[in-house]
Ligand binder design. Structure first.
Ligand code: UD1
Length: 331
């Protein structure tokens, strides 16, 4: 039997929306769920228009409405559940820990409670689970330690998944994302840069669009190659391919597996800004600020396990990531 039905939580967002788009292009049938807590319905409308016969949508609060979720799961009976939905702003998580716990951990719990063991789960985890780790690059067996409430919600979700995989016989893969940027080839789904972005790429885009042309760099005295923070930026297309690879693998694993999705390359904030300016012919200026609370100096992946066991590798270079991030906003 062909396994072609995917439930996508967080389908209105940048990563969930891009995944849903790619999966639909590949011929899958997708049911999207979102409650629009930090998105609008632009991506949902787009998916509905492009794929009227294979895309359905249910507006649902995963954390609050287990009955509604149960109904949707029963009716659609997915082969795969891809759980992208979640709040992700570190600073906000420190101010609203209860909201983060309820929304992020509560939604994972409700999914696990209501999923049939015949569906497999792919969960959007994050490199944030490794916290501030001196030993770099990070591999899947590096120590787990939260450095924010947001990080804790990802660790708690991973733990719940592990528990349910054992007790309910669900197969699950947790993908630990590094820093996704860029836009997929058709430039239809773009990361939101208008509504108070926290991450560096949407902030760079906003700096140009607002004519302010300036970015604050948080910290110049880290023990890194040029004093600014280092991260592992990964193109969203490579990230999405990692999910397809995980779907091909998940039925053949025992219980739960964890994989880093990163390139293995470490890029400083200055290198990122220089590349963004150069490939797009822009001239965003830099102003140094204090370090941002909760930031880690350096965080990059050892992607060996995913390369080998998922037969997946990130291929797209930083130049292309910066080009696609910018050009998609002008398409
Ligand atoms: C952050 C979260 C991470 C989360 C991810 C997605 C922290 C510590 N981590 O990742 O858990 O999964 O967002 O939401 O917040 N920077 C500037 N100026 C800016 C913005 C960022 O210099 O205006 C720097 C940061 O200090 C950092 C780098 O750019 O060194 C990347 O920052 P960002 O894009 O926010 O991602 P993370 O902090 O890695």
């Amino acid at each position: 039997m062909k396994k072609n039905k995917i439930l996508v939580t967080g389908a209105a967002g940048y990563i969930g929306g891009t995944f849903a788009y790619e999966a639909l292009c590949k011929g899958f049938e997708v049911l999207g769920i979102d409650n629009f807590i930090n998105s609008d319905d632009t991506n949902i409308q787009l998916l509905k228009e492009k794929f009227p016969s294979r895309f359905q949508f249910a507006e649902l609060n995963l954390a609050d409405d287990p009955k509604g979720l149960k109904k949707v799961l029963k009716r659609f009976n997915p082969n795969f559940v891809l759980h992208f939905a979640g709040l992700k702003a570190v600073e906000e998580s420190q101010k609203k820990p209860e909201l983060y716990k309820k929304n992020n951990v509560g939604s994972t719990l409700n999914l696990l409670e209501n999923m049939a063991p015949s569906s497999s789960l792919i969960f959007s985890s994050s490199a944030t689970v490794y916290g501030a780790n001196q030993q770099q690059p990070l591999s899947e067996d590096s120590p787990i330690q939260a450095s924010s409430v947001y990080g804790l919600t990802k660790i708690e979700s991973e733990n719940l998944i592990q528990r349910y995989a054992l007790t309910k016989d669900i197969k699950a893969i947790c993908l630990r994302y590094f820093n996704p940027i860029g836009s997929h080839r058709d430039y239809l789904i773009v990361e939101d840069y208008l509504n108070n972005p926290n991450n560096i790429m949407p902030k760079l885009i906003k700096a140009v669009k607002s004519n302010n042309n300036k970015i604050y760099v948080y910290g110049s005295d880290y023990n890194t190659k040029d004093g600014t923070g280092e991260r592992d930026y990964i193109h969203i297309t490579d990230l999405v391919q990692g999910h397809i690879a995980a779907m091909q693998k998940v039925d053949n694993i025992q219980n739960t597996q964890f994989f880093n999705l990163g390139t293995g390359k470490s890029t400083s904030v200055l290198q990122l800004i220089e590349t963004f300016n150069r490939v797009n012919n822009l001239n965003i200026e830099i102003e140094y600020m204090e370090r941002r609370k909760g930031d880690v100096p350096i965080c990059y992946a050892n992607p060996f396990k995913a390369n080998k066991e998922l037969n997946w590798k990130a291929n797209i270079c930083l130049e292309q990531m910066c080009k696609d991030s910018w050009e998609a906003t002008n398409a």
